[in-house]
Write a protein that binds this ligand. Sequence first.
Ligand SMILES: Nc1ncnc2c1ncn2[C@@H]1O[C@H](COP(=O)(O)OP(=O)(O)OP(=O)(O)O)[C@@H](O)[C@H]1O
Ligand SMILES: [Mg+2]
Length: 260
Amino acid sequence: MNKMLLSVENLSKGFSSAGRQVAALDSVSLTIAAGETLGLVGASGSGKSTLSRILLRLLPADGGSIRFEGENWLTLNGASLRRRRARIQMVFQDPLSAFNPLASVGTVLDDPIRIHGVVARDQRPGEIAMLLERVGLHADFAGRPLRTLSGGQRQRVAIARAIATRPSLLVLDEAVSALDVTVRGRILELLVDLQREQGIACLFISHDLAVVRAVSHRIAVMEGGRIVEIGPAAAVVDAPQSDAARALVAAVPRLVIDPS
Ligand SMILES: Nc1ncnc2c1ncn2[C@@H]1O[C@H](COP(=O)(O)OP(=O)(O)OP(=O)(O)O)[C@@H](O)[C@H]1O
Ligand SMILES: [Mg+2]
């Protein structure tokens, strides 16, 4: 875990809404090494999703720079952006709204394989079966409409789709927040397994510090568009230095049931 994959420097982004100027990102800097999981936590509105949308090139930045896989990521455009885009993939909170719910699982997985030419045409069905197996689903799932799957199964499909293009970075924005505790635990285990097997780096965004702690090597804490603390996961959780981190630690539910 030494090769630098992503380096964000002094990233800024403002929005004006109802005549008021909001600094959604205020000089944000961070790095992610190859194969590393960086957890990103912070209260609602602290700028987490804005950062992920800029990384995905869904939203332009106002200032600052991003180096990703040795390239100046924010100035890539046209064909070179289209080609490189597949290297960063996103897992959304709600796969049903991110994809066509009437589409079959096979179609959802085939789209990125076809668009990015991951394998030859005659090998696409085999590739889909392999991806399903990777995320713990039987190959038969390819024929099922997405909407007939459970929440956990849908999120497995979303992860399979995200890894289909063999990215080096996955961005997960509240990807397990909608799942119940048991299913969430299994999806987190799957993510950690995939990461170990394939060396994919992750930016894991959640407002739930306990979840972030379970999967992250380091944790960054955001408040009001700024990174107010960043460090090894254990240090941030066990000895938080900033008020924002302390507040998040205090909010972690105690998983102890007091029968008295
Ligand atoms: N398109 C937009 N137009 C105006 N303001 C926006 C827009 N997108 C985000 N903002 C504002 O930027 C700030 C950061 O929002 P962002 O969605 O990045 O927060 P977040 O940390 O992801 O919050 P949450 O935990 O609720 O998802 C907020 O004040 C938000 O209202
Ligand atoms: Mg958000």
